[in-house]
Design a protein around this ligand. Structure first.
Ligand SMILES: Cc1cc2nc3c(=O)[nH]c(=O)nc-3n(C[C@H](O)[C@H](O)[C@H](O)COP(=O)(O)O)c2cc1C
Length: 226
């Protein structure tokens, strides 16, 4: 079933640029593929908890899990279920302190889990981890106050947001990744306005490209169920 998973990571729920970019993405997607299912996970508004010792013990439990361990993993199971269901993942995230917001990192920590989204085998040599999921597409929609974080840019060495997401994306099963970003927000000048306009203008082509890769619509589910 073609399913879109939209993740919002901004703590700003009223005037967020990345939420507006994701709104535009979803509107465009609906226009092209009105029957696809949408799952929304707002980690900015409701951040997943940071990992605890109890979580680690439960996740790496080799024997039968206790009822308490199942309870500790409940949210992780739910988030992984949403990820497994997704054909296309949209991550809308601001840059906070040159990387991803802690809430988004907490989501990655909850979903990148042994024997769920990756396997570990020392017989593989120096690269013992392998992703379990595959075939997904990832759209990363970002905004930053400063600028020039891409390769060759003024602040390239401080740009840890998109590279970190790209590195982790293979454990989401994402093998096709696209990025659209707004910059210069803190300057509030013509460069910011141009960057914003260019990012919003890029969304229709991005959606056209990604939707052409989505699986065929062959089911009778209600449109945009959530
Ligand atoms: C807590 C916090 C940390 C930030 N850290 C950075 C940063 O390290 N680099 C940067 O370029 N912008 C930084 N910004 C600016 C945001 O990335 C920028 O305002 C962005 O447009 C916010 O996206 P949003 O409107 O979707 O929330 C930060 C903003 C906040 C609130």
């Amino acid at each position: 079933m073609p399913t879109l998973l939209r993740l919002d990571a901004s703590a700003n729920t009223s005037s967020s640029l990345t939420r507006a970019l994701a709104d535009r993405f979803v509107d465009e997607w609906r226009a092209l593929r009105p029957d696809d299912r949408l799952i929304r996970r707002d980690v900015g508004a409701t951040p997943p908890p940071a990992l605890s010792e109890a979580f680690l013990a439960a996740a790496f439990e080799k024997g039968e899990r206790s009822a308490d361990q199942h309870a500790v993993l409940k949210l992780s199971d739910e988030l992984i279920g949403e990820l497994e269901a997704a054909d296309v993942i949209v991550i809308a995230t601001p840059m906070y302190n040159y990387g991803m917001p802690a809430a988004l990192k907490a989501w990655f920590d909850q979903v990148i889990r042994i024997n769920k989204t990756f396997s570990f085998d020392l017989a593989r040599g120096d690269r013992p981890l392998e992703p379990i999921l595959n075939g997904k597409t990832l759209a990363v929609l970002t905004s930053s106050g400063e600028f020039g974080f891409a390769p060759g840019g003024l602040n390239e060495s401080a740009g840890h947001l998109v590279p970190h997401i790209r590195t982790c994306a293979k454990y989401l099963g994402a093998d096709h990744i696209r990025h659209v970003g707004i910059e210069y927000q803190e300057f509030g000048d013509a460069r910011h306005r141009a960057s914003k306009e260019a990012a919003f203008a890029a969304i229709p082509d991005l959606v056209a490209e990604l939707s052409s890769r989505a699986p065929d619509d062959d089911r009778a589910e209600p449109a945009f169920a959530s």
